[in-house]
Design a protein around this ligand. Structure first.
Ligand SMILES: [Zn+2]
Length: 495
């Protein structure tokens, strides 16, 4: 494989530079996950998809990837983006809303939306992170981290909580450029401040609150952690003191990521992250997505309306992450047409080879090899997805322009489809076999789940009852369920 450098825009140095890993060939990557108080929308997923593409590109380069994507299930307040520790916990507010009525308590609500988020994650064919830690499951570590910051003189206790002393960290503001803290001060001018805070810009590490729906006992009494400390603690726990890359949506740059840097660097006296990636928001039909404008889409809204999840993925990654994406129904329709071309090529390959091989060899010297490498080159240039996707389509054109595929071309095509799917995830779902039925119950055919049918077929084969094995395959095929024999076992997709 050609040695490539993987270039990404770094929001800290404000330059495009090679992503360098501390341990050669091993990327340690933390990307902020969702706050699970409702269903994630497609704008949230643009961020998670960009992180997914970083992981896929790194793996395509032969790197090992340790990817941590957390779930925030406590401490994120409704006004955290505008003012420190103001507003209500988003989880508690959701419980009081109309949708919240169906939950027994806030834990139930967090569990439900966390599960739904993971379902959407798989629906859009994102690869599983190495670790998906939850803030509520790392309380001890957060309390210890706050204590440590107090001991080192970077934090202090007041009657209402524990605050980080921004004056104690001269680098505060280096990521967002809010060095004079003017932005924060402007933002907080109109809200009630804790008069015990030493500086207006100081931010909460721990909130004392005996009435909060989720609370833990700490050296400062009952309460809950600030939103920012969660990520500092979980990043360090799973990835070490200094991580190679930290990512998130552009709205997280300030205050969230600025505060993470302050806490982490004061705790460890080392750089927190060597590279920062921020994903630009999307618009829908040229406008900011909002419930009042009626252009607010969750992943499940669109999939339940019958849109192909892979087409949705395709549309959401079709513009490089640093540029604004205008999501329209037309882009989704165009994406569906292009995803259909991958399927058509799959069918043609199967017509020649019988089954789509999952381990077709690298077609050295074939034009598809060159086209794939151009796609990978594009991804290594700050995730230029529009060029990479164009290369994927160029490959389809090469395969579709021949009336009859030769065997060699079919094998090369199978290799290309797999390589492109590993890189971009738009050809077929890696989760074939996991149902995305609305009520969450697994798909059934004639009273049996697909997994049960796969087992029945395996035991028929074992008993050399090939007629029965074929009957099962055909039966499922009729219902639009396609079985695939892979080296890892049998998987299935719903057509
Ligand atoms: Zn975070």
């Amino acid at each position: 494989m050609v040695e490539r450098s993987f270039k990404l825009y770094d929001s800290l140095s404000r330059t495009i530079k090679p992503l360098e890993t501390i341990e050669p060939g091993h990327l340690r990557f933390y990307s902020c996950g969702p706050t699970v108080y409702s269903y994630a929308h497609i704008g949230n997923f643009r961020t998670f998809l960009s992180a997914d593409l970083v992981c896929r590109t790194a793996k395509a380069l032969g790197w090992k990837v340790t990817y941590v994507s957390n779930i925030t299930d406590v401490g994120h307040l409704t006004q955290d983006d505008q003012a420190d520790a103001a507003g209500e916990d988003k989880m508690a507010a959701a419980l009081k809303s109309k949708e919240g009525e169906s939950f027994a308590n806030v834990w139930d609500l967090a569990r439900y939306y966390g599960q739904k988020f993971e379902e959407d994650w798989r629906t859009l064919n994102l690869q599983e992170p190495t670790v998906r830690p939850r803030a509520t499951e790392h309380m001890r570590e957060q309390i210890i981290a706050v204590q440590n910051l107090i001991e080192q003189g970077h934090a202090y206790e007041t009657p209402s909580g524990v605050y980080f002393n921004v004056e104690s960290f001269p680098d505060y503001g280096k990521l967002s450029g809010n060095r004079d803290r003017q932005n924060l001060q402007n933002a907080v001018r109109d809200v009630v401040q804790d008069e015990n805070k030493r500086q207006q810009a100081d931010f909460a590490l721990w909130k004392k609150d005996e009435k909060h729906l989720m609370q833990w006992f700490s050296p400062w009494g009952w309460g809950f952690p600030g939103w920012h400390i969660e990520c500092s603690v979980m990043a360090r726990m799973y990835l070490g003191d200094t991580i190679d890359l930290h990512g998130g949506g552009e709205d997280l740059k300030f205050p969230h990521h600025e505060c993470e840097i302050a806490q982490s660097e004061c705790a460890t006296h080392k750089p927190f992250a060597n590279h920062w990636m921020h994903v630009t928001f999307l618009q829908v039909e040229g406008e900011k997505m909002s419930k009042s404008l009626g252009n607010f889409f969750t992943v499940r809204d669109l999939v339940n309306e019958g849109h192909d999840p892979l087409a949705l993925r395709y549309a959401l990654i079709s513009v490089p992450y640093g540029r604004p994406l205008n999501f329209t129904m037309q882009t989704l329709k165009d994406a569906a047409g292009n995803v259909g071309r991958f399927r058509e090529v799959e069918r043609r390959i199967e017509a020649v080879l019988g089954e789509l091989p999952t381990d077709a060899p690298l077609p050295e010297g074939h034009s598809l090899e060159r086209v794939y490498h151009e796609a990978l080159d594009a991804m290594c240039e700050d995730l230029n997805t529009s060029v990479a996707i164009a290369k994927a389509l160029e490959g389809m054109k090469i395969l579709l322009r021949q009336a009859d595929l030769t065997r060699d071309d079919a094998v090369a095509g199978a290799w290309f489809l797999k390589a492109i799917n590993d890189l971009l995830g738009i050809v077929r779902s890696d989760y074939a076999g996991i149902s995305s039925e609305e009520d969450g119950s697994p798909l059934q055919v004639e009273g049996k789940t697909i997994e049960e049918w796969i087992e029945a077929r395996a035991s028929a084969k074992k008993n050399r009852d090939f007629a029965e094995a074929d009957r099962i395959r055909d039966l499922l095929n009729e219902k639009g369920i396609e079985l695939r024999d892979t080296p890892q076992g049998v998987t299935w997709i719903k057509r």
